[in-house]
Design a protein around this ligand. Structure first.
Ligand SMILES: Cc1cc2nc3c(=O)[nH]c(=O)nc-3n(C[C@H](O)[C@H](O)[C@H](O)COP(=O)(O)OP(=O)(O)OC[C@H]3O[C@@H](n4cnc5c(N)ncnc54)[C@H](O)[C@@H]3O)c2cc1C
Length: 392
């Protein structure tokens, strides 16, 4: 039987970051197993590419602060582009919540969050209909990243430091003996190991169950319309989000295309959390979704009213939701079994923090750069759920 000290299951951004951070700590007897023939075909390669500090809970805010510093300063290309997140409100209750969250963010050290009135929003997003908008917030360190580049950057450095990447290899079972990790069974034989890190995103529940562990991660389809406007988008367009409906838009970028410049400056991504969506592994894009998005988009801006979906570029992927929309980071009652999963739509932006946290938990027993103990799997059994009011 082959063996490795640590096996990582899943080669999306979470697995790649775990590999990178373990390698940085000198752990090279690590193998990452990804069932796809290439990395990024799970949720990572389908993400919108947003990053923000504008959350409502301390842990999400701190994970974002740490991750943005990393994405800005690390040695590889991440595509970090601080164009900002502009949340707007059309109802007083939504504006009050944005303001309360801005205060919470400031208390934890987020700098520069601005409270905007309707005129200022109109000035920052020319062409936007602000008649019903009563205000909003803007985060200047928020903005965009390239999910594929981040995943590839982590992977390249991990591989250069000895981590083995085995693509096209599916893990069917995590084997436990005497309450601790024994091995994993794959479609190409077993691998004996001391530790397993499960980074399987939306597919975590099934693989966790093979080790007898219940992991409450549910898949939920999220769709994105790629549309072409008749005119160039406003310069420096941030991520713009309706805090009431979750409808959002941003300039389009094709993360799989080596040259982002090939995307016309008139292309935009439109999305919203469709309340009709049910738990499922469906990743087919449904053209009827664009009708729903356009109900929200058409009246919001001139440039959106005149836009047309580019069918070949619209896409769908899976959110990996936990009951409280926060990640699961840490071990469980099986010795040597760890989870870095359940990011509930924030896994790319939080990948620098998640990878560092899980590597410290494995090697040191706990994460010391940031207290992530509130993200333990045990919180669900204990009923210690978190509440994120900034979930989109
Ligand atoms: C439409 C959409 C928009 C999003 N927008 C954003 C955004 O703006 N910002 C942000 O931060 N996040 C966003 N997200 C969420 C983000 O994409 C995820 O949180 C993140 O990609 C999760 O990374 P991951 O590595 O945990 O999972 P994945 O990328 O899904 O990787 C899991 C990998 O595990 C592999 N795998 C599963 N089971 C097995 C097995 N048994 N054996 C071997 N391999 C296995 C899969 O093939 C997959 O490659 C968005 C998601 C969607 C769908």
């Amino acid at each position: 039987m082959n063996s490795a000290k640590i096996v990582i299951i899943g080669g999306g951004v979470a697995g790649a970051s775990a590999a990178y951070h373990l390698a940085l700590r000198g752990e090279s007897d690590v193998v990452l197993l990804e069932r796809g023939s290439m990395q990024g075909t799970g949720s990572t390669g389908r993400a919108t590419g947003g990053v923000r500090e504008q959350f409502g809970t301390e842990i999400n805010i701190r994970m974002s602060m740490y991750s943005i510093d990393f994405l800005k300063n690390c040695d590889f290309h991440t595509g970090y582009d601080p164009k900002g997140y502009l949340f707007f409100a059309t109802e007083q209750s939504a504006l009050d919540l944005l303001k309360r969250n801005a205060q919470t963010q400031a208390e934890f050290g987020v700098e520069g969050i601005e409270i905007l009135d309707s005129d200022e929003i109109k000035r920052r997003v020319p062409g936007m209909n602000c008649e019903d908008i009563i205000g909003g917030t803007f985060g200047p360190r928020d903005g965009f990243i390239d999910p594929v580049a981040v995943m590839r950057g982590f992977s390249k450095l991990a591989a250069e430091n000895g981590v083995k990447f085995e693509l096209g290899r599916t893990v069917h079972r995590i084997n436990v003996s005497g309450g601790r990790i024994d091995s994993v069974s794959t479609d190409d034989g077993d691998i004996g190991c001391d530790a397993v890190v499960v980074c399987t995103g939306a597919w975590t529940k099934e693989i966790g169950a093979t080790a007898g562990i219940e992991v409450p991660v549910e898949p939920l389809r999220r769709q994105i319309v790629w549309a072409r406007c008749n005119e160039a988008l406003p310069a420096d367009l941030p991520m713009v989000i309706d805090a009431g409906t979750g409808f959002h838009f941003r300039p389009a970028i094709d993360f799989w295309e080596p040259s982002a410049n090939m995307v016309p400056t008139s292309d935009v991504l439109l999305a919203y959390p469709d309340p009709d969506e049910q738990t499922s592994f469906n990743t087919e894009y449904d053209p009827a979704f664009s009708d729903k998005v356009y109900d929200l988009a058409r009246g919001r801006a001139n440039f959106l009213y005149e836009s047309t979906p580019v069918a070949a570029k619209c896409r769908a992927g899976l959110y990996e939701n936990t009951p409280d929309h926060h990640a699961i980071l840490g071990g469980c009652e099986v010795d040597g079994l760890y989870f870095s999963t359940g990011f509930s739509g924030h896994g790319v932006m939080h990948s620098p923090a998640s990878g560092r946290a899980i590597s410290e938990i494995i090697l040191d027993g706990k994460a010391s750069f940031l207290d992530v103990s509130c993200l333990s799997l045990a919180r669900f059994a204990r009923g210690e759920l978190l509440t994120e009011t900034g979930y989109i």
